[in-house]
Design a protein around this ligand. Structure first.
Ligand code: AQP
Length: 344
């Protein structure tokens, strides 16, 4: 260990993010992550992966996992990721993720992981029954990001704490191995109106794939009828919409629906209130349903079209994995040298 002053990373800006193939993607994944990927690919070198290593931190049916990976890849393509512009790949096709994660397991401290709220939320009262992988999940996430020396990570608000841990790991690695500026300290890109979409049944819980109630979320593959019905059934209150955001302070469900409308329409929440102030949910919900159908409907259709030709998706993932490995392998080789491995 040295106590050398940190030197700033001087490499290029790069975006990296991923989604787990653990079930139907929903509006929260779409607004919190996928929309940002499609936008960023035209601004910065962008790497987007399907997180199948992360997925098995909870049980996944082996006969279905490959298809689940293709579904996420189809969602990426249907929401505008262009494989000629962005690098799209499956995490398990790039062994450097797991290799670097082991080194980072030895850099991260138990106390750091003990503070991760997502593990506490997911494990609940029975943490001794969870996989060790679920506990060290944020360490693998740090490896995902730093194998590519990514500097920007577009994620939902729920991932902010994990990004802080990635920064801590990068900083400690740079210090411990006397390699100032070797890894960047990446920034989470969580800004935007879709950063935290809440459940349609409970405005205090995030919209999540693993919520047992399908009515709690709008899935990317829901058809128009399902979307309209879920919006109609969404929990609300009897009050009309107020004129300002302050008026939504204690109305979690109402605030969530206004936020969803704003994110889907690409306008501010204030603008939504300017349009609907004084109206009740009987008037607002059908407008929201129409908007959601018009944005999400074509995505589901395009996913179904893409999934009809899995060979083409596999071709894109194979090509992406080659490009990803070409970048990650030299970084991990340098890490092995810095650590002093025999095979370094
Ligand atoms: N409700 C949400 N609002 C905004 N962004 C969200 N994300 C997830 N839920 C919301 C963002 O979607 C990206 C991919 O998430 P993931 O599938 O890798 O894992 P997750 O965050 O654990 O998503 P879920 O839906 O909650 O899955 P389960 O239920 O399996 O845990 C991330 O950028 C995440 O921030």
């Amino acid at each position: 260990m040295t106590d050398q002053a940190p030197t700033a990373y001087a490499g290029p800006e790069r975006v990296l993010s991923g989604v787990q193939p653990t079930g139907d993607l929903h509006l929260g994944n779409y607004l919190g992550a996928l929309v940002k990927f499609a936008r960023l690919q035209h601004e910065i070198d962008t790497f987007i992966f399907v997180a199948d290593l992360h997925a098995i931190t909870a049980w996944q049916e082996p006969s279905k996992l490959k298809h689940q990976v293709r579904e996420i890849a189809a969602a990426y393509l249907a929401t505008g990721l262009d494989p000629k512009v962005a690098t799209i790949f499956a995490q398990s096709a790039v062994p450097e993720h797991a290799e670097l994660a082991w080194v980072f397991n030895c850099v991260a401290r138990l106390g750091w992981l003990d503070r991760m709220t997502q593990f506490k939320d997911k494990a609940g009262k029975h943490k001794e029954r969870e996989s060790v992988g679920l506990y060290t999940y944020p360490v693998l996430q740090a490896a995902d990001i730093l194998a590519y020396k990514a500097t920007k990570v577009p994620v939902g608000e729920d991932q902010r704490q994990h990004l802080e841990l990635t920064r801590d790991i990068a900083q400690k690695f740079n210090n411990d191995f006397n390699a100032p500026g070797f890894f960047p300290l990446p920034d989470a890109l969580t800004q935007g109106p879709g950063a935290r979409i809440m459940s349609l049944r409970d405005g205090t819980a995030k919209m999540s794939k693993s919520d047992p109630s399908d009515n709690s979320r709008i899935n990317l593959t829901d058809d128009a009828d399902a979307i309209a019905q879920k919006v109609r059934k969404a929990r609300t209150d009897p009050e009309p919409l107020p004129e300002t955001m302050e008026g939504l302070a204690d109305r979690a469900e109402a605030r969530n629906l206004v936020g969803i409308y704003a994110a889907l329409a690409g306008v501010t929440e204030a603008r939504v209130l300017a349009e609907f102030a004084g109206q009740g949910f009987g008037a607002f919900k059908p407008k929201l349903a129409d908007l959601a159908v018009s944005v999400m409907g074509p995505i589901g259709g395009e996913m179904r079209r893409l999934l009809a030709d899995p060979a083409e998706i596999d071709r894109i993932l194979t090509d992406g994995a080659q490009r990803a490995r070409a970048l990650a392998a030299p970084t991990v080789a340098e890490v092995k040298k810095l650590v002093g491995f025999w095979a370094g």
